[in-house]
Design a protein around this ligand. Structure first.
Ligand code: NAI
Length: 252
């Protein structure tokens, strides 16, 4: 018996990176997995299917869904399909995210809108569609993937930091609104985690980050996945409305 046996988890943006690590860890703990990702070309479709197979090989049911998490109507239809095909949705991880960095004076409206829509509106879309299902099931755990910059801010990332602060406030508000229905909502705020997203950063930026981390290493995707298992499972049954910073001690 795993910590998540008998539960179904829906994870957004999980074809790679942190989302994929969470899906695999949840599967190892016995959860059935539904995950989404953006599919704009054949390579992305192949990536989605490859990840689905990898998760299924752990020995659980795994369905993959192509979809733009920022699209409200698409998300409503997707969640309906997940419920029909998987039976229940007990855990929702709002993980899909992008960066379009720039200093405020040079930031375009398109950069602002894209990041707010993909990072923040997507979580509204999925919470809006999933919570009626969770309420009928008399419980659920929602995890928003925020960031330490959503707590502390970051020059050059005003759009991204604002979206991540929004995800934290969204989790706290849902925790208050829906606690009586057995629904918990929390946020994880990762620090510097080695993924495709951070691989894009210039070397000098990566070195600057490393200097600020007391544990003197970048985080790995499993560091985040382990925290997600805790928040998804009954180990955290009295934890709601919290932000857990997983950042090697970078921010205290
Ligand atoms: P990643 O870029 O490797 O993975 C993000 C996934 O989201 C990709 O598979 C991408 O296709 C998907 N995605 C993007 N737009 C989408 C959309 N409109 N609809 C559906 N899926 C979409 O990034 P990574 O590093 O795994 O990040 C995952 C989450 O963790 C993000 O929310 C990110 O902001 C957050 N995070 C990451 C940190 C890091 O150091 N890597 C630090 C703090 C937070």
């Amino acid at each position: 018996m795993g910590l998540l046996s008998g539960k179904t988890a829906l994870i957004t943006g999980a074809a790679r990176g942190i989302g994929k690590a969470i899906a695999l860890k949840f599967a190892e703990e016995g959860a059935n997995i539904a995950f989404t990702d953006l599919v704009l070309n054949d390579d992305m479709a192949a990536g989605l299917e490859a990840t689905r197979k990898e998760i299924e090989a752990v020995g659980v049911k795994c369905n993959a869904y192509a979809g733009n998490a920022a699209d409200f109507e698409e998300t409503e239809a997707l969640v309906k399909k997940v419920k029909e095909e998987m039976g229940s949705i007990d855990i929702l991880v709002n993980n899909a995210g992008i960066t379009k960095d720039g200093l405020m004076l040079r930031m375009t409206e398109a950069q602002w809108d894209a990041v707010i829509n993909v990072n923040l509106k997507s979580a509204f879309n999925f919470i809006h569609a999933c919570t009626p299902i969770m309420m009928r099931q008399k419980g659920g755990s929602i995890i928003n993937m925020a960031s330490v910059v959503g707590v502390h801010g970051n020059a050059g990332q005003c759009n991204y930091a604002a979206s991540k602060a929004g995800l934290i406030a969204l989790a706290k508000s849902i925790a208050q609104e829906m606690g009586a229905k057995g629904i918990r909502a929390n946020a994880i705020a990762p620090g510097f985690i080695e993924t495709a997203m951070t691989a894009q950063l210039p070397d000098e930026v990566r070195k600057e980050w490393a200097k600020k981390i007391p544990l003197r290493r970048a985080g790995q995707v499993d560091d985040i996945a382990n925290t997600a298992v805790y928040l998804a499972s009954d180990l955290s049954s009295y934890v709601s409305g919290q932000v857990i910073q997983v950042d090697g001690g970078m921010n205290m």
